[in-house]
Design a protein around this ligand. Structure first.
Ligand code: G3P
Ligand code: CA
Length: 240
């Protein structure tokens, strides 16, 4: 079972920051996951929430702020004073960290609440520029966006994100144009879990921070987990 470092290494470092990605870039895990939003001036930035309230010393929605405004805030100190001075990273800055590593990159398009017009084109352009088309999976809870992305770039792996058990996930993924299924991990223990694995699609589940669940998921044949503690989980799963 493969491991994806969730938001960098969100359990031990400030999520979605360059400090977290640099540390993750030297881990032997298979992949890394991060979240993308779009600023008022059309720049792609890596952050989980729609607003900067939780993870910075500022307030407001990303869609209402320019990149320059966003860069004036601190995104490290909320986690620990050790990380004071961390800025919000752009997608370009994050891709640069991973451009020569072995990691599979899961870019989550966070357009679930606000529509970010043209986001798919911008992401695609950057992936082409960095020649990362074969080393990424584009996922979203916004399945219209997954569908749009797949139509524009059939060569790039896509995934639908979902929280609840899905009936006939294989058929639904076909309709949307998704290659992989990214699900909330308890759904793997339901009948759907078996169906998802039998479909032959990559079935990756989030967010698994406890070894006992990682063990159970590995036993039932889940392909990958997203975890906030990639280093610890890697040691656990490779201990034998
Ligand atoms: O992509 C898996 C996981 O990151 C989805 O949930 O809320 O952590 O972005 P969330
Ligand atoms: Ca995410």
């Amino acid at each position: 079972m493969k491991i994806y470092a969730h938001r960098g290494s969100a359990g031990t470092l400030p999520e979605n920051t360059i400090a977290s990605f640099r540390a993750t870039a030297i881990l032997p895990v298979h992949g890394v996951e991060f979240d993308v939003h779009m600023t008022k001036d059309g720049e792609l930035v890596v952050i989980h929430d729609e607003s900067i309230n939780r993870t910075s010393n500022g307030k407001g929605f990303i869609k209402d702020m320019t990149l320059a405004e966003l860069k004036s805030y601190d995104f490290g100190e909320w986690f620990s004073t050790k990380f004071k001075g961390e800025k919000i990273p752009t997608l370009r800055e994050v891709l640069y960290v991973f451009k020569d590593t072995h990691h599979h990159l899961n870019i989550e398009l966070k357009s679930d609440v606000f529509p970010y017009e043209g986001m798919e084109d911008k992401v695609l352009e950057m992936l082409k520029e960095y020649r990362l088309e074969r080393r990424v999976v584009i996922s979203s809870f916004n399945h219209e966006m997954v569908s749009n992305f797949k139509m524009q770039a059939p060569q790039i792996e896509t995934a639908i994100l979902f929280m609840e058990v899905m009936i006939r996930p294989d058929d639904y993924a076909n309709i949307v144009g998704a290659d992989a299924l990214h699900a909330f991990f308890p759904t793997a223990f339901r009948a759907m879990g078996k169906e998802a694995i039998a479909s032959g699609r990559q079935f990756r589940v989030f967010t698994v921070n406890e070894e006992i669940y990682a063990n159970m998921l590995q036993e039932i044949g889940v392909h990958a987990i997203f975890t906030d503690f990639p280093e610890r989980m890697y040691q656990f799963l490779n201990r034998r």
